[in-house]
Write a protein that binds this ligand. Sequence first.
Ligand code: UD1
Length: 370
Amino acid sequence: MRLVVTGGGTGGHIFPALAFAREAQRRVPGTEVLYIGSARGLETGIVEKAGFPFFAIEISGFRRQLSWENVKTVWRFLKGVHAAKRTLRAFSPDVVLGTGGYVAGPVVFAASRLGIPTVIHEQNVVPGLTNRFLARFADLVAVSFPGTEAAFPRARRVVVTGNPRATEVASADGEKGRRLLGVPADKRLILVVGGSRGARPINEAMLGALDRLGRRGDLHVVYVTGEVHYKTVRAAAGDRVPPNVTLLPFLYDMPDVLAGADLFVGRAGATTLAEITALGVPSVLIPSPYVTNNHQEKNARRLEAEGAAVVLREAELTPERLAETVLALCANPERLLAMRAAARRLGIPDAAARLWTAVEALLAERGRKR
Ligand SMILES: CC(=O)N[C@H]1[C@@H](OP(=O)(O)OP(=O)(O)OC[C@H]2O[C@@H](n3ccc(=O)[nH]c3=O)[C@H](O)[C@@H]2O)O[C@H](CO)[C@@H](O)[C@@H]1O
């Protein structure tokens, strides 16, 4: 089989695409994969590390107001479609999967124009702009949460599959993750992550909370700042980083470390939520208010409603509040256990298989080889 995956800008779009690519290779050995991403997104580094061939096109997002930038964006979109068509003709895929982010727009659109079967995957409760635009051109729309189907009234077919990244994470090895970072087996592991790019407000709160968390010998905190924020946080923390805190710019071994975590603290990006629910990790979620339609809060409230997460709005985030929330949960093992079970109830660990089955059916219908 020949598969093109596209999506990016941030990790939340990239990791599901990679997870599906690996699932396809597992199902049909010898499957050839091409990742089409943007040259400026996080995908350049992540895809290369994952070992897939990568082709970059230049693309940017729309501004909300009418502006000269938007004219340039339309121009880039058309150029992107042109470049994507050339690449798609040369690679000749059996199917194209788009996972959202600006770059998926021209690629999936070009594929549909060329008559190549197209699938889009939506990670969030509320769909993003690119997927909303692409839904009417794609042969199949896969969503992560039951109920999101209604947000795609013009789609030809919508299926609930969950997020394929959940499958990869569900079989991760928590002990390995802890060993890797030197986390003692008898300590509770608190994993703090501000999404794939890091989050300044979370970093500011964490800097203020370090001393209090550092005094707790029964905890170990793995604190991921985000690549671009690392130097600033490191400098601000100076020699105040307690021995039970591991400070990192980015975590490439997220599945294993997450599997070993007792509590997750961070943004409410949809792929992260698919991961923590697949594993049943309790969480303190601080949704980013800077995203389209406040979709992270909607993602987070789903978990909160089930009892799987505590939601802290960014507006009420202070170092004290953050430390108190974490310490109160750690002091309440029964609550943590209940949260763990609730999270697991929301998880879809067989999401990759569900997406695979839907794609396979589409290909069979379209008479494509596998
Ligand atoms: C600001 C923004 O637009 N954020 C969006 C973006 O978030 P973002 O890219 O932050 O997405 P998620 O939190 O959903 O996913 C992050 C992914 O990166 C991985 N990871 C993260 C940090 C790290 O150090 N190592 C690592 O491997 C996580 O395991 C996960 O697989 O895409 C999500 C999924 O569409 C959306 O819900 C978010 O609203």
